[in-house]
Design a protein around this ligand. Structure first.
Ligand SMILES: [Fe+2]
Length: 263
């Protein structure tokens, strides 16, 4: 099993730029690169902020940009998304009984669980009791290894301006996964627009750059600081699942440098 992790595409309606780069062209570049170099991937996981403002025309553009991909795409919501408009444009994506964009997929031997941390009108993450009950039920119903996909991290990553926008009330989420940490083999995030790897309570995690704009590495705990952005190169990740082994490669798909043999 091989899948692509793509995140924070921030598509806007129309053909314009966002923060000096064009999110539509960037997503088209990513898709073309995946088609050219990773067409044998079994799936693409898109961890939120598909659009920048949640507009109807932006979701239409997202669908158009993703259409050339030969493999299924599994999206979740980010803080910039709109659940109502998303549902109109991604009707094939299941929801839970309460209308949250939460669902599971078989990723090889793993159960991939996609979570909804969107709260309309705010940029920080929310995971309420209803969503947590659904997650706990999924975990209780399987003895397979689990991969979690969620837009917001539920712990600080030491960039204060972003940490204030992570999952705010973590208690329902932490109660939902209590006792299942050993079964959760990896957690894939979006939101931070930076490559970050580590583990939390024994659970490995990763996130990566978005396709349009990035967040600069400005470590500190000042929650009131501005979010400092950058134009570091965009990425997608190639994730290889082979038995108990999870290998994650980052691809800077716009890197123009020449390849050469180390002879
Ligand atoms: Fe984002």
């Amino acid at each position: 099993m091989k899948f692509i992790h793509l995140t924070d595409t921030h598509i806007i309606a129309g053909a314009g730029d966002l923060y000096g780069t064009n999110p539509k062209i960037r997503l088209q570049q990513a898709v073309a690169h995946i088609c050219a170099h990773q067409a044998d991937a079994d799936a693409v996981a898109l961890t939120g902020d598909l659009t920048h403002l949640g507009h109807e025309d932006a979701y239409r553009l997202v669908r158009e940009c993703l259409a050339p991909l030969p493999m299924p795409v599994y999206p979740i919501l980010g803080n910039h998304d709109c659940r109502r408009v998303f549902r109109e444009h991604f009707q094939q994506i299941p929801t839970d009984a309460h209308g949250f964009i939460q669902y599971t997929q078989n990723f090889g031997d793993y159960l991939a669980i996609f979570l909804d941390t969107n709260k309309p009108g705010v940029h920080w993450g929310d995971f309420c009791e209803l969503r947590a009950q659904w997650l706990r039920a999924q975990l209780a119903a399987t003895n397979r290894p689990v991969l979690l996909f969620m837009h917001h991290p539920f712990f600080p990553v030491a960039i204060g301006s972003m940490d204030t926008l992570s999952l705010r009330d973590t208690a329902p989420f932490l109660r939902a996964i209590a006792g299942y940490q050993d079964q959760i083999k990896h957690i894939f995030f979006g939101h931070i627009h930076r490559p970050i790897f580590g583990s939390i309570s024994g659970m490995p995690f990763s996130t990566l750059r978005g396709t349009n704009h990035q967040v600069a590495l400005m470590l500190g705990d000042d929650a009131a600081a501005d979010i400092i952005a950058s134009h570091e190169p965009p990425q997608y990740a190639v994730v290889l699942l082979e038995g108990p082994r999870i290998v994650i490669h980052l691809e800077d798909f716009s890197d123009p440098s020449q390849r050469f043999a180390l002879t």
